[in-house]
Ligand binder design. Sequence first.
Ligand code: F6R
Length: 244
Amino acid sequence: MRIIRAKDYDDMSRKAANIIAAQVQLKPDCVLGLATGSTPIGTYKNLVAAYEAGDLDFSEVKSYNLDEYRGLPGDHDQSYRYFMNVNLFDHVNIDKANTHVPDGLMEDYEAACAEYDAAVAAAGHQDLQLLGIGNNGHIGFNEPCDSFIVGTHCVDLTESTIQANSRLFDSIDDVPRQAYTMGIGTIMGAKMILVIANGDAKAQAVHDMCFGPVVPSCPASILQLHPNVVVVADEAALALCPAE
Ligand code: F6R
C-alpha cells in the first residue's frame, strides 16, 4: 500500500483526481469503478474541471459503481445513480449507456447481482477502483462481519452506517436498511485501487485498513493483500498512522 498524505480535503481531492485523470489519459477506454458519499465529491469536481479545461475525454470510459440502496429508484435524490449523475456524469462527455450502478429495484436480485459481476468481468475488470471508507472500515457496503463476501450481494446495513448516512435524509427512518454492493472479490479484481479518506472520524478505520490484521471485522483490511493500492488521505484521517 502506498500512502499519499494530503493537507486537507481539497488537497486530497486534487491529488485523487490527478490519479484518475492520468488513468483516463493513458487508457481512454478504461473501466473505472466509482464510489459515492461525501468523500469523492471534491474529486469529481476536479475531474469535471479537468474535462471543462479540455484535458479529459470520457467518451470511451466505462464505469461500474460500487453500490446502491435497495428499494430506491435511480431518480430518487438519495439514490447513488442520482448522485453520480449530479456529481459527475451530467457534466462530462461520458456515454450514460456505459455507466452502471446496481439497480436498487432489481427483482431477482441474486441473478441480477451475479450479472453485475459478470458484466464487470466481461468489461475486463476495473482498471481503477475508487473507494471511500466507512467509519467502521466498510468498503462499498461490505460491512464488518464474520467473513469476506466475494460477489455482489444484498447486505443489511449496520446501525453505525445507517446513523452515518442519515445526515443526507430527512429523517433516520428514511434511510434504507439494505443495499446492494460489489463484493470483496469484485473490488479486489481491480487492477489498481485508490482509497480516499478525510477527517478524524476515519482515523481508526484508516489505521486498521493499513496496519491492522486482515480480518472481515475491518473489511478494508483485505486491501493489504492487493498488489496495487494507493491511499490518499488528509492529516486528520492519518492521525493514528505512523508518520513513515
Ligand atoms: C459509497 C460507498 C461507501 C462510502 C463510505 C464513506 O459508494 O461505497 O463505502 O465510500 O461509506 O462514505 P463518506 O464518503 O460519505 O464518508
